[in-house]
Design a protein around this ligand. Structure first.
Ligand code: IMP
Length: 425
């Protein structure tokens, strides 16, 4: 049976949680494949507002096994706290499965990120300060600690000893901070390990068996294509690989299982943190989007930068991910504008670019070339079918589809589950 990949096509916060939730009826496994608790999903289901950072949104469904795959970095204290909150809200979290291969975000990662970002001053990336970058750096440097290490105390102590020799030197001698205490870390983590034991599994094997048994698997990305370590606006990116190609690598099965790649695209664009953003609107239009779209980070509470839709970015994402379809979210936020702008190409150094320019200097200088469409005044939240939408809103959706060269299959007009409208050809 096939797998479906769902991922963001912009700089994150496209509303993936709602889209996964909408598609979850058809699936038995929802697998988070990269990132960590730098992500945040807000889901409204049956009148409940739920915030998820690490647990895949499929947790809402009793028929779904949520899986945290090996390519995710996990802060165990945060995960346990999230599980407690979900349990308090009445959800059964016992189905969650956590890969033995996932790397841990350790207390020294948090400390190091704080001091290194401060050290960068005006060049800081504006990270979420959740230890994501330092944890992925240690993973690549092969001094990371994995979930499975917690279940062999001797190995855990030995690995911690090796890594702390270096980290404590850096913390004390370079940054003038206090060293971290290995005994405290061991005690805390052995306790976390006990609490996490029921969830820990060989998730690649689990997914092989699921696929072989004819089950449908959904792979859920975090962040977005433009924050991808390789293909995003480097260095203003996250330290993992949100693009579709990584989903199978992290989950641990081959790409032949993937049948659909669904791009989640917000009807306008937002970005948190520093870095280029060609369609950013610093004036009243951007403020209106931020206000109507409640564009504040789920993780850090920071206001998100807002701007008009960027079809160049969408085309780029469509190709990089091999998108088969689009889910357009938050269309309702755009009600009340007289004119709606879409960026169809860029101009930089006197040249026109139909595609994302090949180097970062040009991308930083890119000015949008706009196409303008008539807006609509009506609120869209009550629409229950695509044809209920005003003709200008439908025309906007069709224009995005044409410019992105990918069909839109669903449109979101509000946070509730029934505010997702199916779109036909
Ligand atoms: P990090 O992932 O915390 O290392 O942050 C790197 C960059 O990615 C920063 O600009 C963050 O604001 C951004 N970022 C990380 N996670 C998300 C997300 O879930 N949504 C939007 N931006 C994110």
């Amino acid at each position: 049976m096939p797998a479906t990949i769902v991922l963001g096509t912009q700089w994150g916060d496209e509303g993936k949680g709602k889209a996964v939730d909408y598609l979850a009826d058809r699936t038995r496994y929802v697998v988070r494949y990269q990132g960590g608790n730098n992500a945040g999903h807000t889901i409204v289901a049956e009148g409940r507002l739920l915030k998820l950072n690490l647990v895949p949104s499929g947790i809402l469904y009793p028929h779904i096994t949520p899986v945290i795959a090996g390519g995710v970095v996990v802060d165990p204290a945060v995960l346990l706290d999230e599980l407690d909150r979900l349990t308090e809200a009445g959800l059964d979290v016992s189905r969650l499965r956590l890969s033995l291969n996932a790397h841990l975000i350790m207390p020294y990662h948090l400390e190091l990120e704080k001091v290194t970002q401060r050290f960068l001053g005006s060049n800081a990336l504006g990270t979420t300060k959740r230890g994501i970058g330092p944890a992925y750096a240690d993973r690549a440097a092969r001094v990371g600690i994995r979930v499975q290490d917690l279940y062999d105390e001797q190995i855990f102590r030995a690995k911690l000893d090796v890594v702390l020799k270096e980290k404590n030197q850096i913390l004390t001698k370079v940054y003038g901070r206090l060293p971290v205490d290995p005994e405290r870390i061991v005690a805390d983590h052995l306790a976390y390990a006990q609490r996490l034991r029921p969830y820990v599994a060989d998730t690649a094997k689990l997914l092989h068996e699921a696929l072989a048994g004819g089950e449908h698997v959904m792979l859920e990305g975090a962040q977005g294509t433009m924050l991808d370590l390789d293909h995003g606006t480097y260095p203003f990116v996250t330290s993992s690989t949100p693009v579709a190609g990584y989903a199978c690598a992290s989950a641990g099965f081959g790409p032949r299982h993937v049948e659909r790649v669904i791009g989640i695209t917000k009807a306008y664009v937002t970005r948190v943190g520093a870095g280029p953003f060609p369609t950013e609107e610093l004036g009243p239009d951007g403020e209106r989007m931020a206000e109507r779209g409640r564009e504040f980070g789920t993780v850090t509470g920071r206001p998100r930068r807002c701007g008009w839709f960027d079809a160049v970015v969408l085309r780029y994402a469509a190709r990089l991910n091999g998108l088969t379809e689009l889910f357009l979210t938050k269309l309702d936020v755009l009600s009340g504008f007289d004119r709606i702008k879409i960026c169809v190409a860029y101009r930089a150094e006197g040249q026109r670019f139909e595609d994302v320019p090949p180097n970062q200097t040009l991308f930083h200088r890119a000015e949008p070339i706009w196409e303008e469409l008539p807006g609509w005044q009506e609120e869209l939240g009550h629409a229950r079918a695509f044809d209920d939408l005003p003709k200008e809103a439908r025309a906007y959706v069709r224009t995005i589809e044409e410019l992105g060269e990918v069909p839109v299959v669903a449109v979101g007009v509000g946070p509730a589950r029934e505010q997702t409208l199916a779109v036909g050809p």
